[in-house]
Ligand binder design. Structure first.
Ligand SMILES: Nc1ncnc2c1ncn2[C@@H]1O[C@H](COP(=O)(O)OP(=O)(O)OP(=O)(O)O)[C@@H](O)[C@H]1O
Ligand SMILES: [Mg+2]
Length: 341
């Protein structure tokens, strides 16, 4: 096997695997993009648009799709747009200030919320605005929704959340003013995951640098975790492992090592109960949820069955566990838990 020479690399564009890189094309999200565009288009033509509620699990392209669409909108129209993450800016004042900054006005620190809103209104003028709110359920109050809906006539809110029930809990006075179109982002199938990761791989690596088997391992792991983010991270880390070996190809052993390291890192960040649940599954192998709960209790776990189920979900989202529903037996449907990968 020939070796990489000093200074040679497998990556043609490693930065395209960064978490916040937004690809130009997002295969298998065409339908969702079309549906969102339908809600925004009236704004471009000078009318009122429709609000959007984007829902779906972690790591399946909600943020990337909306960011791509806003970037395209900026290139193609005069409509203003802002993108605010409500986990990072989590109060009405912070959300509106951030929007104001993105629209080009920085001096909000001495202003009150109503003054910031007034500024936004002036900056938007009659251009209209698409106001994207990522992780919208993480905002500590909902007042900004009310203010925006009241004050800005040509407004499209694009609210993004993992929590499908969030909007039904929002204050009734807001819900009567904002009636969004819900656009669901379903998880990708195995074939879709393969397409997406192949495109991301070909963008980031030189031709012929991946063995088919190694790539297929990445696809399977990302599909099992239902998370493109994990797949992209694995592409990057496996490439770096191969470079450490000075290998001209990324091989299955590099994916195994990268994935082991990512798992160890993920496990180190777990809370005590999550660690116990993981240990229970490691000891039992594949087992129905009830038995795993018993084992968790035997190992010293003290939390209720409900909390246990929530933690199992979060372990699945982190790519550490897999769950599968069994067919309906006499005792109803049950969930089988196993290690992922
Ligand atoms: N169809 C796709 N084509 C190319 N890349 C994609 C696609 N879908 C998702 N990705 C990539 O996968 C990663 C995760 O996507 P994104 O951040 O949009 O997920 P999300 O649904 O917002 O997740 P979360 O709920 O955790 O915020 C990003 O790097 C994104 O670029
Ligand atoms: Mg997101």
């Amino acid at each position: 096997m020939s070796l990489l020479m000093q200074g040679e690399t497998l990556f043609s564009f490693i930065d395209s695997l960064d978490p916040d890189f937004v690809p130009r094309v997002l295969p298998h999200r065409e339908g969702q993009q079309e549906a969102i565009a339908d809600c925004i288009r009236p704004l471009i033509n000078g009318y009122r648009g429709r609000h959007v509620l984007v829902t779906g699990k972690a790591g399946i392209g909600k943020t990337a799709t909306v960011q791509r669409m806003l970037a395209d909108l900026r290139e193609e129209s005069a409509v203003a747009s802002v993108f605010v993450n409500c986990w990072k800016k989590n109060s009405s004042f912070r959300i509106l200030s951030e929007a104001c900054h993105q629209l080009g006005y920085q001096f909000t620190h001495n202003l009150g919320t109503d003054e910031v809103l007034y500024k936004i209104k002036k900056l938007v003028g009659d251009k209209g605005i698409v106001f994207a709110l990522d992780e919208v359920d993480k905002a500590q109050d909902d007042d900004f929704l009310y203010y925006l809906a009241e004050e800005i006539p040509r407004l499209v809110l694009v609210m993004i959340t993992n929590d499908r029930t969030w909007f039904s809990r929002v204050d009734q006075r807001i819900r009567s003013r904002i009636i969004p179109e819900e656009i669901e982002f379903p998880p990708y199938s195995l074939e879709e995951m393969r397409d997406i990761l192949a495109l991301r791989r070909d963008y980031a690596f030189y031709d012929g640098t991946w063995s088919e088997d190694a790539f297929e391992m990445v696809v399977k792991k990302a599909h099992a975790a239902k998370d493109v983010r994990l797949g992209i991270l694995l592409l990057r880390e496996s490439g770096l492992e191969a470079e450490k070996d000075a290998s001209r190809k990324v091989l299955p052993e590099h994916v195994t090592r990268a994935s082991g390291r990512l798992l160890a890192h993920a496990e180190a960040g777990l809370d005590e109960d999550e660690k116990l649940i993981l240990q229970a599954v490691k000891e039992l192998g594949q087992e129905v949820s009830g038995k795993v709960y018993e084992k968790y209790v035997a190992l010293g776990g003290r939390k209720s069955h409900r909390t246990f189920e929530r933690k199992v979900n979060s372990l699945e989202e982190k790519g550490l566990l897999k769950t599968k529903k069994t067919g309906k037996g006499f005792r109803g449907q049950s969930t089988v838990i196993s290690l992922s990968g």
